[in-house]
Design a protein around this ligand. Structure first.
Ligand code: 9MR
Length: 468
């Protein structure tokens, strides 16, 4: 036994999987989502990008260590079109009731970098372990402001594995106060929704910001599973959605399930969210995927490989079931895999990355990799050297497509289906696509060999194939 806590977690998973599998098998999952978040021109977006970045959790100004040049490089190297940009409640509302407009100015400036390069942005209200005030040194949690952190003097012991700090009494108490399980701090959720309203006021007219991810990896404290997700989590999402809609009728709202369990393949018990906007609802599902054996440090090899493959298959079914529930009878809502990632020095890492992208393609999900930080999980070393991940993520994909239904991608190109006439933009890695590709099912409007961007006119209900 390498580490007792590792096996305690694994044991808990076995119990959870057993219970979850029974519940999950009672409902049939759709094969794929055929709805997508749309840009301001009404074109379906296939998200391909990074979480930017973990570094924002601990910088004093709450901004990632990320420059405009870093963005230009990423676009050249991997043809990304999307970012899940980390923001935090502590930066939006550093003092109780006071919104820091200077911080929102700085976020807006970064959003403009993305706008200038044709990206779409999702703003992610990030948290891990509640907030940095759960420990005196401030080195563990991130997200919530200090004024909203009430641990009631309960201990928060820290160790090697950050996720285990979720199990500490002080961390649990901070969440219990936020969800008002204690009955002592009903104002906290109100402030959280107000903070979202302030963000929405700022970005309502901004066409580049297409989505708001309401809370990163929600955790219920002493309330877990069904009691948490169908109860206070759904209530908070409704409340934040209502607050956002007072300022911003158009930007998509993204909801996440409880992270513990769901990220390992278990079903969600989230309830439906009603969107008060006029017109079709704009609620999307943005779950994360971290198969437990890999979370615990294994690669995608040996005995672990089968476990991870099984996890990914179950996860996909459970994602689509939840997306269908959120659709409230209108089919599955759009799905974006908001986070997956790994230490790419592990055995089998390339095969795992391939498995995740192929699974997401087949299920109609865009993918946002965790994360755009330097080092063994990221695309670059801290000296700027490109890592193995760059070539794995530099793959053909349809970027923005009118009436997109589904797509597949391979090293040789893409095939996608559309249900109406309009325009499509495809990315093809320039190093591999040196000549204009062969196209069937559409007319080529433009081809830029340097950037790998192909634009097409599609006449209607077509299967479009783009190949080397
Ligand atoms: O990769 C991040 C790690 O360096 C941090 O110590 C940890 C705690 O803030 O968070 C990790 O990022 C996690 C993200 O915030 C939420 N989803 C899972 C990510 C990987 O563990």
């Amino acid at each position: 036994m390498r580490n007792p806590s590792r096996w305690a977690l694994a044991g808990a998973l076995v119990l959870l999987i057993a219970g979850g599998a029974v519940a999950a098998s009672l409902r049939v999952a759709p094969e794929a989502s055929t709805r997508f978040i749309q840009d301001a021109d009404g074109r379906s977006i296939v998200a391909h990008g990074f979480n930017t970045a973990s570094s924002a959790k601990s910088t004093p100004d709450g901004l990632p260590l990320f420059t405009e040049d870093d963005l230009a490089r990423e676009q050249t190297d991997m043809g990304t079109d999307f970012v899940r940009f980390l923001i935090s409640w502590r930066a939006v509302e550093p003092e109780k009731g006071v919104i820091d407009q200077g911080y929102l100015d700085a976020v807006e400036e970064r959003v403009q970098w993305y706008a200038d390069r044709g990206y779409d942005v999702m703003l992610d209200m990030h948290q891990d372990l509640w907030g940095s005030a759960i420990t005196p040194g401030g080195d563990w949690g991130n997200g919530a402001p200090a004024w909203a952190t009430f641990t009631d003097g309960l201990p928060v012991n820290t160790g090697d594995m950050w996720e285990l700090v979720y199990l500490e009494p002080g961390t649990i108490r901070a969440f219990d106060h936020f969800w008002n399980t204690t009955g002592e701090h009903p104002e906290l959720a109100e402030h959280y929704a107000d903070a979202w309203r302030a963000v929405a006021e700022r970005f309502a007219g901004n066409d580049t910001v297409v989505a708001y991810d309401l809370m990163n990896e929600p955790y219920g404290g002493t309330l877990q599973g069904v009691a948490f997700e169908s109860g206070p989590l759904t209530t908070l999402y409704q409340r934040a959605t209502d607050a956002i809609r007072e300022a911003d009728p158009d930007t998509w709202v993204c909801v996440e399930p409880q992270a513990f369990g769901f990220n390992w393949g278990l079903p969600s018990a989230l309830g439906p969210i009603d969107d008060p906007r006029d017109g079709d609802p704009r609620v999307a599902f943005c779950p994360h995927l971290y198969p437990l054996p890999m979370d615990l440090g294994d690669g995608f090899a040996g005995d672990t490989r089968g476990l991870v493959q099984g996890t990914v298959a179950q996860w996909r079914s459970n994602v689509l079931r939840t997306a269908e529930m959120l659709g409230q009878g209108e089919g599955a809502v759009p799905v974006i895999l908001g986070e997956f990632g790994l230490d790419t020095t592990r055995e089998g890492a390339e095969q795992y990355v391939k498995l995740v992208y192929e699974t997401a393609d087949a299920a109609g999900m865009g993918v946002v990799y965790w994360s755009r930080d330097d080092g063994s999980w990221g695309p670059y070393e801290s000296d700027g050297t490109a890592r193995n991940l760059v070539s794995w993520l530099n793959r053909p994909y349809p970027r923005e497509v009118d009436g997109l239904v589904s797509w597949t991608s391979s090293d040789d190109g893409v095939t996608f289906e559309v249900r109406k006439s309009g325009a499509a933009t495809v990315y093809l890695p320039p190093a591999a696509f040196t000549a204009q590709p062969a196209v069937s099912g559409a007319e080529v409007a433009s081809w830029d060999a340097a950037s790998g961007i192909l634009t097409l006119d599609v006449a209607g209900d077509e299967t479009v194939t783009v190949a080397r």
